[in-house]
Write a protein that binds this ligand. Structure first.
Ligand code: GLA
Length: 610
């Protein structure tokens, strides 16, 4: 709603002083450092994304942040999940109840650095840009293209009013707001950055603003704004990095907006870790230089559901479900070696609460879960999603799908040996079936476009099940399309008349489970079982013998599993469990050698490399 004055909305009690740019922000700078309400203040922050942690665990994690010696937490705000529908309301509940998260931070006595993007990177699907926006190939993303800034403005009209009461000016915990994210690594449209700065200001954000960029002169020149603090993102070579910021802005205090103390993993890649002593030594270097810091991540959490992003440099590489990040707090919220090492370092530079470090939380006793009910996907596709008929296969965004799967079905008029050709390739992984039998897999990662097949009879049914494995979140390929990306032909004849079934898998109530002892053949199928819990506690779901798919516990979508690794267990947060009978559903795309899953008390994120 362009032109609307969000501050006029009586739903939000905005102090009058917030109207108009009349007040000093709570956080200000000198060349030596920051002042908060006029007093010297060093930002000791840790990143923790509310949308990657079960909301019932937010308070516990925030408390642990304070006990490590942090005075601030940082979070991004992911546009794509807050505004899944351009015409709909903003989603601000459950895992996305940002106002509640901010209130809890305040209750814990923590300040907040808010990073609302609109682009957030963060190994998050599409870097947080909504699929309904990136699907328009003509929009110049992250630029002053009015089609982009118009959508951003409409989003900020909705997002900022409920956040304004949480700004420091209104007595809330938010002391600083980031403009964009590492923009210098992407573009050089300074009018766009200026637009964002003004967009925040026009909607009542009076707090301190900053940009963040990697430590090199080109990135800093393209990504920073006059009069706005240029903060850094780096994990090592501390002295050299700080020199870059000093050279770029001699008058600004030093601030590392992302001090990378671990890293994330891709499916099929190594599990990254960073030695705690090495990271602690670099933290000490930063603090000894007088810098402020945001530890990225303090607590990584989990890419629940279909929320993970992907990288695409030389090849498409989707990020795994865990966002443990080898952070001070593990994925299950337990203090690890870095927690203790960082607390010691911080204690040398600031006062750390004189309270004991919390012990690891309880874990569920190991248990086996029998999956006793099944339903194959292909015979029940119509029950799960009414198909849309098109001449050529529709891409996922044309089906209104921002995540999940699409099943494409047609018939092949001729039989015999031949080549199935997928013009434009697939996004991101396609399983091909003829008369229900699996005949091959194509992957974007390998730029696959063709599959030799034997069509058993004229009129055979061709099914192609395509998985969106996560939207690229960094670089120029953000918004790359998903699904079947062009016409499909068999031995040179284009196949027409497709039934496209969108499968977001947000509601599994229509899955027609029936009791079954046998594992189904190597075809996509849902499997369901129950298990008993005496007292809910964290657990890790291990799936030995299963291949690739999705898992839900009591309807909560834990995320993707894949025997390709490195991750071999999925985190099951205690709050999704209940005393008594609990429900496990797997959507297995391929085969399983058994009918059981295992709950264990130990995560397996893969063999460590440093
Ligand atoms: C950059 C981005 C973050 C994240 C990290 C890697 O610094 O700004 O969002 O992607 O890289 O984890």
């Amino acid at each position: 709603m362009p032109g609307r004055d969000p501050l006029a909305d009586p739903q939000y009690s905005i102090p009058l002083a917030l109207k108009g740019n009349t007040r000093m922000p709570a956080l200000t700078t000198t060349s030596d450092g920051f002042l908060l309400h006029g007093k010297p203040f060093r930002i000791l922050s840790g990143a923790m994304h509310y949308f990657r942690v079960h909301p019932d665990q937010w308070a516990d994690r925030l408390r642990k942040a304070r006990l490590m010696g942090l005075n601030t937490v940082e979070t991004y705000v992911p546009w794509n999940v807050h505004q899944p529908d351009p015409e709909g309301e903003l989603v601000l509940d459950g895992l996305l109840d940002l106002p509640r998260y901010l209130s809890l931070a305040k209750e814990e006595g923590l300040h907040v650095l808010l990073r609302p993007g609109p682009f957030i990177c963060a190994e998050w699907d599409g870097g947080g840009l909504p699929g309904w926006l990136t699907s328009d190939p003509d929009i110049r993303l992250r630029s002053s293209d009015p089609r982009f800034t118009g959508a951003v403005d409409r989003y900020l009209d909705l997002l900022l009013p409920p956040l304004l009461p949480h700004m420091a000016e209104a007595g809330g915990p938010v002391i600083a707001v980031q403009v964009e994210n590492e923009y210098g690594a992407y573009g050089d449209d300074s009018a766009y950055l200026k637009h964002l700065e003004q967009a925040f200001r026009n909607r009542g954000v009076e707090e301190f603003l900053f940009t963040c960029d990697q430590a090199d002169p080109e990135h800093l020149a393209a990504g920073s704004l006059p009069g706005v603090l240029a903060a850094g993102t780096f994990g090592g070579r501390i002295d050299a990095a700080l020199d870059q910021y000093r050279a770029h802005r001699p008058e600004d205090p030093l601030m590392c907006a992302e001090f990378w103390i671990g890293w994330f993993d891709h499916w099929g890649g190594p599990h990254h870790t960073r030695d705690a002593a090495d990271a602690a030594a670099d933290l000490d270097r930063l603090l000894s230089a007088g810098a402020s810091v945001n530890i990225y991540m303090f607590h990584g959490g989990t890419n629940f559901g279909f929320s993970n992003g992907a990288n695409h440099k030389h090849a498409y590489e989707p990020t795994v479900t865990s966002y443990d990040y080898d952070a001070p707090l593990t994925e299950s919220g337990d203090p690890g070696p870095k927690y203790h090492a960082f607390r010691e370092v911080i204690a040398r530079h600031a006062s750390v609460p004189d309270e004991p470090v919390p012990a690891p939380g309880p874990k569920l006793p190991s248990a086996t879960v029998e999956l006793t009910h099944r339903a194959a996907l292909l015979p029940h596709a119509d029950a799960l999603a009414a198909p849309l008929r098109t001449e050529d296969p529709a891409m996922m965004d044309e089906l209104g799908l921002s995540f999940g799967y699409a099943l494409y079905r047609t018939t092949v008029p001729t039989s015999g040996q031949g080549l199935l050709h997928f013009a434009g390739g697939v996004g991101d992984r396609a399983q091909v079936f003829l008369d229900g039998a699996p005949v091959g897999v194509l992957e974007r990662r390998h730029h696959d476009e063709a599959l030799p097949v034997l069509v058993p009879r004229p009129g055979a049914t061709l099914d192609v099940l395509v998985e969106n494995m996560g939207g690229v979140n960094y670089g120029p390929r953000i918004g790359a399309p998903k699904g079947l990306l062009g016409p499909v032909s068999f031995s040179g004849t284009v196949l027409r008349a497709w039934d496209n079934h969108p499968l977001p898998l947000t509601d599994l109530t229509a899955v027609p489970f029936t009791p079954s002892d046998a594992t189904t053949d190597a075809v996509p199928a849902f499997h369901r079982g129950t298990f008993e819990v005496a007292e809910p506690a964290d657990a890790f779901l291990a799936l030995p013998g299963w291949t690739k798919g999705q898992a839900w516990v009591n309807g909560f979508h834990l995320g993707r599993y894949w025997n390709r690794g490195p991750q071999h267990t999925l985190y099951v947060p205690a709050p999704v469990l209940r005393p008594g009978t609990n429900d496990l559903v797997l959507f297995e795309l391929h085969a399983t050698t058994g009918t059981t899953a295992r709950l264990t008390d130990t995560p397996d994120l893969g063999p460590e490399i440093s």
